[in-house]
Design a protein around this ligand. Structure first.
Ligand SMILES: [Zn+2]
Length: 438
């Protein structure tokens, strides 16, 4: 009995130190973390006009999504004054300084759910964003990290491995409690899954199994035994979080970033919308959702943070970002994909739903004519141009752009012109209805 009591803390310590060390991208395969930064972009990274949050115009039914926006995702572990494990710890002062740096660099901290809503095309995000996540469920995240995040008004995500919560087979004295997690949940903190026991999920790797009663054995699982185990890690942990906290879990962080196609497939089938690794890289509109890289921030590698901020500072300089607006949202006339009978149409669009338009910024380009002198009515938001010089050919593309809330928005649409109406003769083949843009 005494022996077992003595061994248990030792095993717990081993397990935690294992957990502590591996998320560091120092381990074996760290493909992208900072190399793209050094390859090409110069360091300057002047952050362009500050973006202070508030996505434009919730009135728009079909969201205006800026597909050029980028997000960097950070992953933190413990916050402690005295660093003992520099691979996973950071001092509260350094952490707070980094949160401030994001603000100073004009990077907007958004929630994970907003990032995913943007990817679904449901919600716009500012051009340069960051998402903050805390891994493993340490009580210092609740006691130290959360108050700092509150100070900045930043949302964040907790990635929890369920056996590591206090009372679980791996939840020691430094672990977060279910009560603390419930408190965070009640205050809008996003809580997501990070397996049950925080181990390498790939088949055939050494894992530790905890039997009922606390006895632990090291083993390698294969075949049906492995499948049963990994199912509990990927699916069971999600269900436990959902049931215990009454939440919906749609994100999965892979321990140590060790995954393969099978693990990704399991996560997809389990209903996770996104799976995260620790190979940091800016997240774009097309980044694969089943392997989103996060920057793991550690006391012994301050450069990772600096590089991440530089990355996003240089790669999507605010000024050139353009939000694409669907022509249908602008009630365009002629409508996208329609055909008109005159070569002298009245071209109109309503910018009223885009947001607060800067009147002088409204511009219209018409194919074959270039920039045309539009009239813009700020009251109705209507921009219009009466074509005075016959349009040639069988189709015409219009590009309307404007600045709304400091940001450039743009809409393109194409309409057809009946051959008899067009000034130039058209071949029969070219008479076909124009293909709508989208
Ligand atoms: Zn972890």
């Amino acid at each position: 009995m005494t022996i077992r009591l003595a061994i248990l803390p030792l095993l717990l310590a081993l397990n935690f130190s294992m957990c502590n060390k591996h998320p560091s991208p120092t381990t074996s395969s760290e493909p992208v973390s900072s190399s793209p930064a050094s390859a090409g972009e110069t360091a300057g990274g002047s952050p362009g006009p500050g973006v202070t949050g508030a996505s434009p115009s919730p009135k728009i039914t079909k969201a205006v999504v800026d597909q050029t926006a980028q997000t960097i995702i950070f992953c933190y572990h413990r916050l402690v004054d005295k660093i003992r494990y520099p691979g996973t710890e950071i001092t509260p002062a350094d952490f707070e300084a980094q949160m401030k740096q994001l603000k100073d660099a004009g990077i907007t901290v958004i929630s994970m759910q907003d990032l995913l809503a943007w990817r679904r095309g449901e919600k716009n995000i500012p051009p340069r964003c960051a998402v903050i996540s805390f891994d493993d469920g340490w009580k210092s995240q609740y006691e130290v990290g959360w108050p700092i995040m509150k100070k900045f008004g930043y949302p964040f995500t907790m990635f929890i491995y369920t056996e590591g919560v206090r009372g679980g087979s791996l939840g020691g004295g430094e672990a977060i409690t279910w009560e603390q997690l419930a408190d965070m949940r009640d205050n809008g903190v996003d809580i997501e899954a990070h397996t049950a026991t925080h181990q390498d999920l790939r088949e055939g790797h050494n894992i530790m199994l905890a039997a009922a009663g606390g006895k632990k054995t090291r083993t390698k699982l294969t075949g049906p035994e492995y499948e049963q185990w990994v199912h509990n890690e990927v699916v069971g942990s999600k269900e436990l979080l959902e049931q215990r906290l009454g939440i919906k879990v749609n994100c999965f962080a892979v321990p140590f970033g060790n995954y393969n196609e099978h693990v990704k497939e399991l996560a997809r089938n389990a209903g996770y919308e996104a799976t995260f690794t620790v190979y940091g890289q800016p997240i774009t509109f097309t980044s694969p959702l089943d392997s989103l890289g996060r920057y793991a921030i550690e006391a012994n590698k301050p450069k990772v943070f600096v590089d991440a901020v530089k990355m996003i500072g240089t790669s999507s300089g605010g000024a050139s970002a353009v939000a694409e607006v669907g022509a249908a949202d602008l009630s365009t006339q002629p409508a996208d994909g329609s055909t008109v009978r005159t070569a002298l149409p009245l071209i109109k669009a309503n910018l009223g739903r885009v947001g607060a338009i800067e009147p002088g910024s409204v511009q219209m380009r018409v194919s074959g004519l270039g920039v045309v002198p539009v009239s813009y009515d700020p009251k109705t938001g209507t921009v219009s141009y009466q074509v005075t010089q016959k349009l040639r050919g069988n189709s015409c593309t219009v590009i309307v752009s404007a600045k709304a809330e400091g940001k450039k928005v743009e809409a393109h649409w194409t309409f057809g012109i009946e051959a008899t109406a067009a000034a130039a003769p058209v071949s029969a083949a070219a008479k076909a209805t124009p293909t709508p843009k989208k």
